[in-house]
Ligand binder design. Structure first.
Ligand code: SF4
Ligand code: SF4
Length: 339
């Protein structure tokens, strides 16, 4: 990333944080899904299919316009694999045209010098790639071995911020991988973050002593702001619930490929209102609703958005009307730090 772009990026970040602290009446971050389809099939993932078509560009623009009209600061494009969308560059251009920050979460497989150049031109601000292991295995092919050449291309050509996220916990076979991945990210000039995930049955279990040690080392290597914003991870690492106010449905929005608003990727179905019909009344109801899944939630980006309002406006419990239970184990590929 060029120094001039870096400084502009930092200024825009400072501006959206100040705005979010001064006013609580707009969404800070929205995840949008222009493409549910993915080229990979990670064993833990519940966020992809192999058949769906891209959301048409005009429809995506309408959704982005609505989010801009609600005052949204950051749009993160997620999936599936968003680089499979044939008009991804136009989607990014539209986000920037409407004055919002454009982020992207990708598995990294489609990057070429030409593709990176097009993303530079479209005005992409930030990219996150999650890498699950050093060597590919039967669960995940998002491995350092498969992606290292792509990372080198990004280091050479990208003019946007790049964060590499690794994961620890959840029964991941080689915890040392998280450290290897974070070291490589730093070596290439990227920022690095680490996500603590639940065990494969979705329960909160403390990390082992070895995992804790590696977790601390990876945190030290990574972005200091990010470490400061992720206190909740220390509780999760100890296997303890964390008390916070999740503002999903208000300050954080998840817009699925059908254009419906959901709390987040792991709580799809509620409120399930079409974005086109979403009003400030919906926003306020969700802002003040205590989420029953909050104490064990590990979604970094929603926690970080929550920090902006944790000090104000207590929430009330939402009556449980749904029969489904918390799906506590999130896909590791869909977290974007807002630091
Ligand atoms: S985690 Fe990401 S790369 Fe893997 S299947 Fe899910 S959407 Fe695709
Ligand atoms: S899973 Fe996390 S982000 Fe989603 S609604 Fe529950 S507490 Fe909020």
């Amino acid at each position: 990333m060029k120094r001039s772009t870096f400084l502009k990026w930092k200024l825009r970040q400072a501006s959206f944080i100040t705005r979010a602290l001064l006013s609580k009446n707009h969404p800070v971050l929205a995840h949008v899904i222009p493409m549910r389809r993915c080229n990979l099939a990670c064993g833990y993932c519940n966020e992809y299919d192999k058949v769906s078509q891209p959301v048409p560009l005009e429809e995506m623009k309408k959704r982005l316009d609505k989010l801009a009209d609600l005052g949204t600061s950051i749009i993160t494009i997620s999936g599936g694999e968003p680089l499979m969308h044939p008009q991804l560059d136009d989607i990014i251009r539209h986000i920037r045209k409407r004055g919002m920050i454009a982020g992207l979460i990708s598995n990294g497989y489609y990057f070429t010098p030409e593709r990176i150049r097009r993303l530079n031109e479209a005005g992409l601000d930030a990219l996150q790639i999650s890498i699950d292991n050093v060597e590919p295995d039967e669960v995940s092919k998002k491995s350092l071995k498969n992606l290292d050449k792509k990372l080198q291309l990004l280091a050479e050509h990208a003019n946007f911020h790049i964060n590499i996220n690794s994961v620890i916990g959840g029964g991941i076979k080689t915890p040392e991988d998280a450290l290897t991945i974070a070291k490589r990210a730093v070596e290439l000039g990227f920022s690095s973050t680490v996500g603590v995930i639940h065990d494969h049955d979705g329960t909160l279990k403390p990390l082992t002593e070895r995992e804790k040690e590696i977790f601390q080392q990876v945190k030290k290597l990574g972005n200091k702001d990010h470490a400061r914003l992720n206190w909740f991870q220390d509780s999760i690492a100890e296997g303890k619930p964390y008390e916070w106010r999740c503002r999903a449905g208000a300050r954080y929005l998840y817009i699925c490929e059908d254009g419906l608003v959901h709390w987040c990727s792991q709580q799809r179905g509620y409120p399930g209102t079409p974005l086109a019909d979403y009003t400030m009344e919906d926003f306020r109801r969700e802002y003040y609703s205590e989420k029953w899944c909050a104490p064990t939630c590990t979604l970094q980006c929603v926690h970080q958005v929550g920090i902006l309002d944790n000090w104000r406006d207590p929430q009330k419990p939402v009556p449980l009307t749904r029969s489904d239970k918390p799906k506590a184990k999130e896909p590791v590929g869909e977290m974007l730090s807002v630091e």
